[in-house]
Ligand binder design. Structure first.
Ligand SMILES: [Zn+2]
Length: 90
């Protein structure tokens, strides 16, 4: 199952530096949600950044915002990594 994307601990090539929600933590870090910031990385289109997460769950929300999990895409096209402990199907 795909793991929960976490601020700081996960990357979509660039570090995940969101977050638009401040309520739900996974392994001590905020659970990334749609629209959260992924740091600039590498050559274009991954810069100038910062980039935003553009894909999220259809079923799981935090504070009304879709959560991001392993495989969801940042705007640059890179998929995010995720937790090996906390999961969300989608
Ligand atoms: Zn990228």
């Amino acid at each position: 199952m795909p793991g929960a994307a976490r601020r700081s601990n996960d990357t979509a090539a660039g570090p995940q530096i969101g977050a638009n929600q401040t309520f739900v933590y996974v392994e001590g870090e905020l659970w990334m949600v749609l629209g959260d910031v992924n740091a600039a990385h590498g050559p274009a289109p991954h810069v100038p950044g910062p980039d935003l997460m553009v894909e999220g769950s259809s079923f799981v929300f935090i504070d009304g915002i879709p959560i991001c999990r392993e495989g969801h895409l940042a705007g640059c096209g890179h998929p995010t990594t995720g937790s090996s402990v906390v999961f969300s199907e989608d």
